[in-house]
Ligand binder design. Sequence first.
Ligand code: HMG
Ligand code: MG
Length: 298
Amino acid sequence: RWPEAVQIKEVGPRDGLQNETTRVATADKTHWINMLSESGLKEIEYSSFVHPKWVPALSDAHDVGKAIHRNPNIRYSALVPNIKGLELALETGIDGAAVFMSASETHNRKNINKSIDQTFPVFQEVVQDAKQAGKHVTGYVSTVFDCPYEGRITPEQVVRLSDQLFEFGVDDVSLGDTIGTAVPSQVENLLDVMLARYPQKNIIMHFHDTRGMAIANIMTSLEYGITRLDSSIGGLGGCPYAPGAAGNVATNDVLYLLHGLGIDTGVNEHKLREAALYIQNKLGKTLPSKTLASAVSP
Ligand code: HMG
Ligand code: MG
């Protein structure tokens, strides 16, 4: 009924921290990412090479990228919105680059200051250069279900962007429920269309847990054979340009579900818990993960 193995991309250091008002010192971020590197994760999105005024919390992307210990079995990736971001990321060191745009015209403008049609030629060049540099490239499509400004988004709008991104040469597309409004029937409607066009292995699901629906949506995704998920340790996160967006689904909760179902992830829950407690302590607030909050596992 569901896949035997699932690969998780840990996006906490990027999606998690980008919306936090409490600044985490570069040395602490580095230590934390090194802890994550010890947990068995295969991919860590460690920061964003975006304008520091737009996302101040990640303005130390270069220093973090230079300082972390690189485990050769892990893909260390970062967001790059344009050629300038890609150049900085390549200089710092990345295995994977991720471009990001939104199926909603308004959210795209608010997030990256361009219309959808103005974004395409920029990404065409970024994807081409990143591929030429031998990097894995992911294309994020945001607001795939609902947009805080435009309301309901159709699968056709998502397909339009995904087709372009795959044509430019991205290896995979990550579908973002940016404001965490979707319910499983919306996931079914989108995956019915997407999986008729693209192989499951090239589709990643990226759920935010604003309304507590993320685990239900993941369950539906698994039933569709999806094997790749984005999640954030402890449930940190949000999008600074999407009002009301809360954290990503917590990696700890996703692991609890997957391992309970007998699905292999290669990730050590105990080590991930330690890393979640570390960042929780640095932020000085309780993170939303329910699994993290329950002291004892059966
Ligand atoms: P802009 O102002 O239109 O950029 O911003 P510009 O090209 O006009 O350049 C203006 C200035 O910015 C110039 O400097 C550039 O050099 C500089 P000046 O000449 O004035 O001194 N600049 C840069 N500096 C550093 N790094 C760069 C860079 N690019 C230009 N890469 C831009 C356009 C895209 C840069 C801006 O809008 C931006 O940084 N946006 C980032 C927004 C963001 O990070 N949002 C959150 C991530 S997306 C997300 O969370 C959703 C996701 O999780 C999936 C989901 O949940 O759905 C992925
Ligand atoms: Mg996100």
